[in-house]
Design a protein around this ligand. Structure first.
Ligand code: UDX
Length: 466
């Protein structure tokens, strides 16, 4: 089949390459000519494991091409995937649909044959209906076009794997023709037994928002438990493991720590809150405000733990920050909890040095205060404190014995609960983590709580107010 993929960011570039990889003829479209030139040359414009290989393979095979021209897209295919960003608006919690609207406004008047526009971006429930009216009003006479929604569930770092082997495909359609077309697009996956949920557009839009809300809630739930663990001397890692054995709960997304960030979960729950208010069901999802607040509290608690470890003062102290991206295996620093913590510590006059294996360039562009390096030893040299903020695999492999003589004082806070506490302590480090006991025995009921983290001095990042 001939397909276009409009928008070649994290979602679109991967979708385009994967659709070509399963045998379609794909034209990727973007307004950014630099990005298009890189993709056409087989180079990924961002770090995503596995993407360079499928880009090269499919561009060489001639199945994958790129353009900046919507006119070319309209002529090339009758199925157009829309993969542009839907960021949070700057003036409210709602999603900014300007890019999606610009695509359909640009494309609809150019269509000369009946077509299918398939949205993949995460949008507020009801968007397909609104866009359908918008598209229809701009079509040439005699041209018929349906708008369908087919949300994407890929995770950064696993984007290629998630696209080629999804847990499920969800399509929101209004005609049997659109359903048939999408079954044909995804035929190799359907043959492999991937679950296919065909429904109305509103339900399809909502599946994505509900899934991300559930995942965010799970993370904030375990982070709330981490706070209770800190106050009671319990261990959140063991707690999560024990909870996870219950098949109804599951261990996934129960890793307590610095919380969620990135280009999806934070803005998606806020956009959902905004849309629910519009639909006059804000009360029903108001718990998501709390999910967002708990998430931001982890950033503050991490800063507080760091300050406590430094004896109450950041000024003039050297802090080594391990990790800048919002998660490992990505170079994405959008709403990165690690960078938010680094920014706060810089604001409190610490000398902050940040390490990240892939995200340094993006981090430097987002936050100018710290110095950056891709050399862990360099970042840790003469540090008064090491902060582990993004759980890259290589940090787990660090040898605490070798790092000991590099730092000024062997203190480390593991804000991702990913390091081996025993190994670090045995090597002589003062090791602390969020939601895990320090060296003191836990208090009994009625005892004074001995494991405390002081209250925040300044905001790390402002959570939205209802
Ligand atoms: C998410 C959804 O998983 C994906 O389905 C959707 O399409 C886009 O949003 P992504 O943002 O790439 O994907 O990352 P994900 O792996 O979900 O992690 C999100 C954030 O949650 C990260 O900052 C991660 O560090 C954090 N997280 C995740 C936790 O703090 N604890 C966990 O147990 C899991």
């Amino acid at each position: 089949m001939r397909l276009t993929v409009i928008g070649t960011g994290y979602l679109g570039a991967v979708h385009a390459a994967c659709m070509a990889d399963i045998g379609h003829d794909v034209l990727g479209v973007d307004t950014d000519s630099g990005k298009i030139a890189a993709l056409a040359a087989g180079r990924a414009p961002f770090f995503e494991p596995g993407l360079p290989e499928i880009l090269v393979r499919n561009t060489r095979a001639g199945r994958l091409r790129f353009t900046t021209s919507l006119q070319e897209a309209a002529e090339f295919a009758d199925v157009h995937f829309v993969c542009v960003g839907t960021p949070q608006r700057t003036d409210s919690l709602a999603a900014d649909l300007r890019h999606v609207e610009a695509v359909v406004d640009g494309l609809a008047p150019l269509l000369t044959r009946d077509s299918l526009i398939v949205g993949k971006s995460t949008v507020p429930v009801g968007t397909t209906r609104t866009l359908t009216r918008r598209v229809t009003s701009q079509l040439r006479p005699g041209v018929d076009t349906e708008v369908a929604w087919n949300p994407e569930f890929l995770r950064e770092g696993f984007a290629v794997q998630d696209t080629l082997h999804p847990d499920r495909l969800v399509v929101g359609v209004t005609s049997p023709h659109a359903d048939r077309t999408l079954r044909e697009v995804y035929a190799p996956m359907l043959r492999a037994g991937v679950a296919y949920v065909s429904t109305d557009p509103a339900t399809a839009e909502l599946v994505k928002v509900a899934a991300n809300s559930f995942l965010a809630t799970k993370i904030s739930f375990i982070n709330a438990m981490a706070e209770v663990c800190d106050a009671s001397g319990a261990d959140v890692v063991t707690l999560a493991e024990a909870l996870g054995h219950d098949a109804r709960i599951g261990r996934a997304f129960l890793s307590a720590g610095l919380g969620f960030g990135g280009g999806c979960l934070p803005k998606d729950i806020r956009a959902f809150l905004a849309r629910a208010e519009e639909l006059q069901v804000g009360e029903a999802v108001s718990f998501l405000y709390q999910v967002d607040r708990i998430n931001h509290r982890q950033r503050r608690r991490t800063v507080d733990l760091a300050r406590q470890l430094l004896g109450g003062e950041f000024a003039g102290r050297r802090v080594a920050v391990l990790g800048a991206t919002f998660k490992p295996d990505s170079d994405d620093v959008r709403d990165s909890p690690a960078l938010a913590v680094a920014a706060e510590i810089v604001a409190q006059d610490a000398d902050v040095r940040v390490h990240d294996p892939e995200g340094i360039d993006n981090a430097r562009a987002a936050l100018s205060g710290p110095s950056y390096s891709t050399d862990v030893m360099e970042v840790c040299r003469d540090a008064d404190l090491v902060l582990h903020l993004t759980e890259w695999r290589q940090y787990r492999a660090l040898d605490p014995v070798k790092l000991l003589p590099v730092v000024r004082t062997p203190r480390i806070a593991d804000a991702r609960n990913a390091l081996d506490a025993t190994a670090w302590r045995e090597a002589g480090w003062h090791f602390r983590a969020l939601g895990r006991p320090a060296h003191v025995p836990p208090p009994g009921p009625g005892d004074t709580v001995r494991v405390t983290i002081p209250q925040a001095v300044g905001p790390v990042c402002t959570a939205p107010t209802p």
